[in-house]
Design a protein around this ligand. Structure first.
Ligand SMILES: Nc1ncnc2c1ncn2[C@@H]1O[C@H](COP(=O)(O)OP(=O)(O)OP(=O)(O)O)[C@@H](O)[C@H]1O
Ligand SMILES: [Mg+2]
Length: 256
């Protein structure tokens, strides 16, 4: 795909994302507590933690789908806390959904074209949208499937399409929520190489994943959540050795 360089002059060397004091409750249940971390340009940050520890809720707040109860989210030095999802997408953050939701009756290509019509630097006309969607189909390995309606794609291709749709909005930061769930080992390898290609475009990534092989395979750094709090931040290999992480998440007999 030929749309690097991703960052405009002046956007380089900044923290892409800076979060501090973030919190979220549902009723009386506090699901994110005083969370803070930063993300450097070009980095892949893995986010792990048990079911219900707040990973998707974190993504929902970064992308504007949920409003935090407190704290601040800065993207490229711009305060995006409480901004609308469309504003945040236009600023350059895109995400996939844990439960993939393409338009099931549109073809794969049409789904990606729809993505090219909004977000950061949208296509100016349908021809441009089609051409650029085509490049994204090529990039994500969907070129032979573009005329298939999304609802009939198999799981790996639905996941590819979810990533393609997210890429279509030309993100600077891409959040992936369990795109590897349910894939077989061969498909996991394919998806891993796609993520590395996305990184090579200059896109910064956050990857929520339960498949530890994936986290170890792509992350430069990980944070571990437990009950909405950050219990670890550091190198992936160090997380494997950390007592708190083992107790809260991995279990004693964990093997990567
Ligand atoms: N809209 C909502 N209303 C009420 N409670 C919610 C809502 N969304 C999430 N929760 C609760 O918040 C907690 C964190 O959920 P979240 O989906 O963020 O976890 P997760 O880490 O993504 O889990 P998983 O690994 O299973 O995807 C859970 O207890 C969940 O039931
Ligand atoms: Mg989740």
């Amino acid at each position: 795909m030929r749309y690097p360089p991703y960052m405009d002059a002046g956007e380089k060397d900044q923290n892409v994302l800076h979060i501090r004091g973030l919190s979220k409750s549902f009723g009386g249940l506090m699901v994110i507590r005083n969370l803070g971390f930063s993300l450097a340009r070009g980095e892949i940050l893995g986010v792990i933690g048990p079911n219900g520890s707040g990973k998707t809720t974190l993504f929902n707040m970064i992308t504007g789908f949920l409003k935090p109860n407190g704290g601040e989210i800065k993207f490229l030095d711009r305060n995006i806390t409480n901004k609308k999802p469309s504003t945040i997408c236009k600023a350059g953050i895109s995400r996939t959904f844990q439960l993939v939701k393409p338009f099931p009756h549109l073809t794969a290509l049409e789904n990606v074209m729809a993505g090219r019509s909004y977000g950061r630097k949208p296509a100016k006309n349908i021809r441009q949208a089609r051409e650029e969607a085509n490049e994204i189909m090529e990039f994500t390995g969907l070129i032979d499937k573009q005329m298939i309606v999304a609802g009939q794609l198999n799981l790996i291709d639905r996941k590819r399409l979810e990533i393609a749709r997210a890429l279509a909005t030309r993100p600077l930061l891409l959040l992936l929520d369990e795109v590897f769930a349910g894939l077989n080992p061969f498909e996991v390898e394919e998806a891993l190489s796609l993520i590395r290609k996305i990184k090579d475009l200059g896109i910064t990534l956050m990857v929520v994943e339960h498949v530890m092989k994936v986290i170890l395979g792509v992350s430069n750094r990980v944070i571990v959540l437990s009950y909405g709090g950050k219990i670890f931040e550091g190198l992936p290999e160090e997380a494997l050795q950390d007592r708190n992480v083992i107790e809260a998440y991995l279990g004693e007999d964990f093997r990567a």
